[in-house]
Each structure stands twice: as C-alpha cells, then as structure tokens.
Write a protein that binds this ligand. Sequence first.
Ligand code: F6R
Length: 622
Amino acid sequence: MCGIVGYIGDKSAANFLIDGLTKLEYRGYDSAGIAVFDGNEIFIEKSVGRLASLKEKLKGYTPKGSIGIGHTRWATHGRPSDINAHPHTDCHGDFVVVHNGIIENYMALKEDLIERGHKFLSETDTEVVPHLLEEFYKGDFASAVREVLKKIEGSYSLVFMSKNHHDELICAKQDNPLIVGIGEGENFIASDIPAIINKTRSTYILNDGEIAIVKKNSVEITDKNGNKIDKKIFNVSWNAEAAEKGGYEHFMLKEINEQPKAIRDTMRGFIKQIRPSKNNDERIAKDGSSIIFPELKWNPDFLKNIDKVYIVACGTAYHAGLVGKFYIEKLARMLVEVDLASEFRYRDPIIDEKTLTIFISQSGETSDTIAAMKESKRLGAKTLAITNVIGSSLAREADQVLYTIAGPEIAVASTKAYTTQLILMFMLALYMAQLRKTVSEDRTRELISLLKKIPAQISETLSDVDPIKTFARSYGFNEHVFYIGRSLDYDVALEGALKLKEISYIHAEAYAAGELKHGTLALIVEGVPVIALATQKSVYDKTISNIKEVKARDAVVIGIAAAGDTELEKYIDHVIYVPDTDELLIPLLTVVPLQLLAYYSAITRGCDVDKPRNLAKSVTVE
Ligand code: F6R
C-alpha cells in the first residue's frame, strides 16, 4: 500500500502535495517524494523515512509550479531508500510517474528495456513505467499511456506527468484505489479521500480499467481504448478522521475488510500457470499450476534435504506459525517445531546446518524474534524471515526473506497480517512439497485452484456480519469465553481467543477439544459461552462428541462450521457458517468471524479497539 497525490491548477502544487501526503501517511511511510513542474523544469525531491525527512530535506523550500505529483511509500519491490522512493523518471527526466501497486511482469520488461538502451537507477518495479512511456511517446501523451497500460500486468494506481504537456496529468487505476477531486480552476488526484477532503467533496471514484485526463478546468474519463465514460460525481459525506479509516469506524475493521485484497496481493507472483506446451508434454498440457518462489535464492537441494524446521514468532505471528507447522508436516512431510521467540533463544535449541529456521513477524521489529534469529544464525541454521515490512530489522538480518503484502497494519490487533502469513506458509509448504514430491500433481492443482478462491470466499464471509454482531451484543458482557477445536481448528481457536482478550479484555481461553475432560470441563457451567470450531473433516465426529460434552453442562455453544454442514446445528445454540473449502485452507475463513466477534465484543464493552490498554503495535523491548 502506498499513497499517491497529484495537483493541477493555479496554486502551489507543492503545498497541496505535502499536505495530501501527510493525510495519506497511514498508507505507507518508509519513504516519500514529490515532483513539481513549473512549465520548464521538473523539480524532484525524495527521501527515505517518514514525510518529516522529506520536509527536512526541503528545508522550508517550496518548489515553484502549479502541477505536480507525490508519493508516500510502503515498499514492495526494492528496500526503502532515496533512490527507490517515488517519483520515478525515464532516461531524460521527461516523464515522471508515481505508482501504488505491483507490476508483476516488470523483470521481463526491464530486461527488454535495458537491451534497448534504457538506464535504470532503482530496484523498483515502478521504474519500468516511465521508460515504457519514453518508448511509446510520439507526441500524444494519452495514447502513449494507453500503450504502457497494455504492456504492464499487475495492480496499479498510477499518475503520469510529462514535461511536454504542462497542462495535464493522466492517471489510471487497476486493483488499487484512485480518486479525482474536482475543484474550481484546480483538480486533485489521490489514492484516498483524506488527501483531498479539505479541498473538495466532489470526486470521481475511478473503477478498474479507467483512465482520467486531468486538466485544471476539466476531467475526462475514458476506458483503456480511449472511449469516453460518462461518470457520476460522488459527493463525500465523511469527516476527515472517518475518511482516513476508509469510512470504517476503526482501523481494525478496515483491516479485517482489507483481507481479500491483502491475500490476493500476497499470492500474486507465486502461482505459476503452466500453459500447454508445443511439444505436447502430457504433464504440462493439463494446464495446471504450481507454486514458485523466485525470491528464494537457496539451492532447491537445500530445501529438499532439510531435516528439521523451526518456526519462531510471538503472539499472533506465533499462531500463524502453528498453522504453518501443520502445513509443512502435512504437505512436505518434514518435522517442524514451533517456538515462542522469547523461549527459543534461551533453551539451547538443537540446530545445525540442515535446519531451516523461519521467523514470522508483521513488523519485522519484534525484539525477541530478532534476537532469536541472531541466536539461530550463531548456531549455524539457515534463516528465513516472513515479514510485512521491507527493510525491517528482521528482513535485513535474515538469509532469505518472503514478504506478506498486507500493507501497513495500524490497529494493534493483528488481522490481515495473520491471514497473509497463513497464505505464505501454505504456499511455502506446497512449494517444499513440490520439491520433495510428497504431494501429487493432481492434489497440488486442486489445492491451488481452491487457494485462488479464498479472497472471494472471505469477501462472502464479510458480507454477513449481523449474526456476529447479535452474538457479541448478547454475550459481550461475559467475563469468560472458551474456544474449542481440534487439529487446525484448535490453532485458529488460539488466535480467536487472543483477539478477544486483547481488545475486549474478556478472559478467553482456547483448548484442544479433546483436552477438555482432562481438567477444563470443570469450568464449563450453565450459560458460559463456548465457541466451537468444527470444520476439520478428519476429526469431525470427535469434535461433535466434545461439543456434546460442553452442551451437556449447559454452556451456550456457538459453532463455526463449513457451509453444507447440517449436523452441528442439531446440537448447539447457533451456527455461523463460512464457505466450504479444503480443511487445510479453511483457517483462512474461520478466523474471520472470530476477528469480527472480538471486534464487536470490544465495541459492545466500549473499549478502545485500535489502541487496547497496555499494548503496543510493535514490541521492540525484551
Ligand atoms: C496480536 C498482535 C501481537 C503480535 C506480536 C508480534 O494481535 O498483534 O500478538 O502478533 O506482538 O508482532 P510482530 O508480528 O510484529 O512480530
């Protein structure tokens, strides 16, 4: 996630750009930059770090010019640095571009452009865009932009500025947000409403495939072929604070709702479609799919021959690790240990050069996780970081890194980071399984095709929250809640209980359902809420028996089941259904109602959802 802005009018572009970027910093804050055109020259300044560093670099200087573009970055390709910060230019500085998204085919495009003599400065995917524009430009700016858009694959919101066209900016959208704010004698472009809300409330919210040609007195919207689109003006009614949260009441709710996109972005590039080959190779001709990890530079023989995997993390990331263990053991048939980072480093772990240690951390700055990684390296293991923050301490320390592309997570309670961590762990396990030939090609294809449906299935789950709200209102004032499940349902139950504890301050415990009668059943009395997950088909009957045990003690049991389950509702008070999928993938769906349950319980109790007491987003002390 990055924030982009553009201005064209009679006033100072720079003033709007800096102000707009300040409002968009929640979308990304590892570097920032602006480009301002005075009709002759384009002035560009960029800086690694938060916007304050850019302002510091400008030292109070306001570049002259009434047309300009700006960017606040959350790195996806290329670490945060001055050079990688946007805007990016072509070889001669004639075209300037800011971008939010991922150009998936940038490597091939870049190689081609280099062969044609283009000089690249950064490690970003974005830089191919201005160079392509330079290639296609024959005097008609809009048609060159359309040619560029035909070449690039992936997701983008883009703003283009040209030295040859001092009266227009062009912007385009595909899978990332982009709006045009309509002013009087001036117009604005932004990723999101907060950037423009104190300038205008009249906007065009662009749809995928739309291009806007923005001049100071007009906005023309077309499709990718240049056909005009008659678009309705959208009048913004939110206040500035609500706008920053995309109209949601809290960042947590916004981030829960961002999960389909975060998962799509994280999967992007790792699933390879195998197309029918010319030589009619039967295996390839089946038009299947496989997982690829171009980022992993280890020799595949190392991954094939590892004899043990450790997954190390804290909190929610640790819970993602538990699911990861299940995936790797089940699919790649390798022994996996999962450890809390604060424990791992002090217990003399048994590690050698055939051990792979995986460290999961949203922030990449959790002190215990970083220290555990250092210890692991000292003992000779190979280290892999899974993190959401490019250039974070963990990413810098690791031998290899895989990134979740969840965008900045602002709410203290982690939601979209967890589901994207699960996705990466699943794909990594399947990748290892491919290398070790522990899963058949048919099963791989089946899992990948189900994996691709997950974002839409999460959206479906998010579309019906009323039963969850009702349940939260009825039981949100209980002091104790229990979560039970077996197998992967138990791992998700642990995460559900943590979510409820940390934001609603309700005492919540998760138990492996089969463990209840070894002690915990003593706590189950009349009226105690029990959330029972029953989606794991391989242990379904056993879970049902455990659910009957708690129901027999008059607990109020709310079940989480897969659509099509007609059994569970016979025994309990209420069932929340999620779409059906393979039992390996269903944690990505069952966690969503649990996140929402925690959220609405916290609301019911009047808690500060985004900033729960005693907690910080990133724990940088031991
Ligand atoms: C819970 C939560 C924490 C973090 C933990 C690790 O919602 O967010 O438990 O998961 O502090 O943080 P990272 O992933 O940044 O290492």
